[in-house]
Design a protein around this ligand. Structure first.
Ligand SMILES: Nc1nc2c(ncn2[C@@H]2O[C@H](COP(=O)(O)OP(=O)(O)OP(=O)(O)O)[C@@H](O)[C@H]2O)c(=O)[nH]1
Ligand SMILES: [Mg+2]
Ligand SMILES: [Zn+2]
Length: 325
C-alpha cells in the first residue's frame, strides 16, 4: 500500500499489516538499485507477538512508473508498480497546460500501462468541452474525460475503469485535483485536499506519500504527490507513441534517420508547411526528443562509470594478491 525507507504497509487476505524488510532483502534491493513502492507485491512472514511482520521477498514487477536517477546508486526509482492504467490528471482551471500534458503522455506510454487523461474541475469551466477537444488533439489513441469531483459530473466514465484486479496511478502537478478525485471515487474523505490561496490560485503540496487505496469496486488506485514531469524517464520510442501522428508522417520521409530538419523530401516538413501539424506541437516534439537523447546518453555514462568502478576494484584486488596479502 505504501513504503518508506524501512517500513511498509501491506494489504493481505487477513487485513493490513506493517512490515519491515529483512537485512538480507534490504541488501539485495540495494545491490539491484531497487526500493519498495506502492503497488508492489511482496512476501510477508508474520512474527510472533505484536512485532511487525518481516518482508522477505519482492516479486518481479510489471508495468511501472519510473523516475530518472533518484533510486539507490542513482538508478531509476520506481514510483508505482504493477500498473494497468496511468491517469494523467489536470485541472480545467489555472492548472490547465497542454504542453505539460504532452510530456506526461510520453511518460505514461513509457510505463507500459495504458494512459488516460482525466480533466478535473469541469464545474469551474464553462468551456470544458473545447478544452477537452484540445487535449484530444494532442493525445492520439488516449481516452480523455472531463469530470468534476465536486458535482460528480462525468465520474461514471471512471467507475468501471478499475474493477477487481486492476491498478491505476494518478499523476499530475500539485493542485490538479488528484486527491479530490480519489475521495470522490472512494465516496469518502480519504485524503485531505489542498486549500488554494485565493490570491494567486496556487497551493502547496498537500499529499506527501504515494499510497494505494482499495476502491469500493475492488480495483486499486495509487495517489501520488504532485510530481514534476522533468526528470522522469522518457525514451525515444515512448515519444513516437505519444506523438503517433508525427511518427506516422515520418514514415513517408525519404531517409530512415531523417531528423526532419533540412533533409530533402521530408514528409514532416511538408506537413508543417501545409499546416497539417501544429507548429507548437512539433516544437514540443523536438524538445522532448532532445531530452530523451540526453537522458539516454546520461544513463550510458552511468553504466560506463559503474564498469570503471568495477575494474578499479578488480585491479586493487590483483595488486593485493601480487603482494601476497
Ligand atoms: N471546484 C472544484 N474544485 C476542485 C475539484 N477537484 C479539486 N478541486 C480543488 O482543487 C484543489 C486541489 O485539489 P487536490 O485534490 O488537493 O489536488 P492534488 O492534485 O491532490 O494536489 P497535491 O496533493 O498537492 O499533488 C483543492 O482546493 C480542491 O478542493 C473539482 O472537481 N471542482
Ligand atoms: Mg493530493
Ligand atoms: Zn523527415
Amino acid at each position: 500500500m505504501a513504503a518508506t525507507r524501512g517500513l511498509v504497509l501491506a494489504q493481505t487476505a487477513h487485513g493490513e499489516h506493517w512490515g519491515v524488510p529483512t537485512g538480507h532483502l534490504r541488501e539485495r534491493l540495494q545491490r539491484d538499485g531497487l526500493s519498495l513502492c506502492a503497488g508492489d507485491w511482496i512476501v510477508l512472514q508474520p512474527n510472533p507477538g505484536p512485532s511487525k511482520a518481516s518482508v522477505i521477498e519482492l516479486l518481479p514487477r510489471g508495468a511501472s512508473l519510473l523516475r530518472q536517477g533518484a533510486g539507490p546508486g542513482g538508478r531509476p526509482q520506481c514510483l508505482a508498480a504493477n500498473l494497468d492504467v496511468v491517469l494523467l490528471v489536470m485541472g480545467l482551471d489555472r492548472n490547465f497546460n497542454p504542453a505539460r500534458m504532452e510530456r506526461l503522455l510520453a511518460l505514461a506510454w513509457g510505463s507500459g500501462a495504458q494512459p488516460m487523461v482525466v480533466l478535473t474541475k469541469r464545474d469551474l469551466n464553462a468551456q470544458w468541452k473545447a478544452f477537452s477537444t484540445r487535449i484530444e488533439g494532442i493525445a492520439p489513441g488516449v481516452m480523455v474525460r472531463a469530470i468534476s469531483a465536486w458535482s460528480g459530473e462525468g465520474l461514471e466514465a471512471l467507475q468501471d475503469l478499475l474493477p477487481v484486479g486492476r491498478t491505476g496511478v494518478m499523476v499530475g502537478s500539485s493542485g490538479a485535483g488528484k486527491s479530490a478525485l480519489l475521495n470522490a471515487l472512494m465516496g469518502s474523505e480519504m485524503r485531505r485536499t489542498q486549500e488554494v490561496r485565493a490570491s494567486d490560485g496556487r497551493g502547496r503540496h498537500t499529499t506527501s506519500l504515494r499510497e494505494l487505496f482499495l476502491l469500493p469496486g475492488g480495483g486499486c488506485l495509487i495517489d501520488t504527490p504532485g510530481i514534476r514531469e522533468v526528470g522522469l524517464c522518457v525514451e525515444g520510442s515512448d515519444l513516437d507513441t505519444a506523438f503517433s501522428d508525427i511518427a506516422a508522417l515520418a514514415e513517408g520521409c525519404r531517409f530512415r534517420d531523417c531528423t526532419h530538419g533540412a533533409e530533402p523530401e521530408c514528409a514532416v516538413q511538408a506537413a508543417l508547411a501545409g499546416g497539417a501539424i501544429d507548429p507548437d506541437r512539433y516544437g514540443h516534439y523536438l524538445r522532448l526528443r532532445r531530452e530523451a537523447a540526453f537522458e539516454a546518453a546520461r544513463s550510458d555514462e552511468h553504466l560506463w562509470r559503474e564498469r570503471e568502478e568495477k575494474w578499479r576494484r578488480i585491479s586493487k584486488l590483483q595488486k593485493r594478491f601480487k603482494k601476497g596479502e
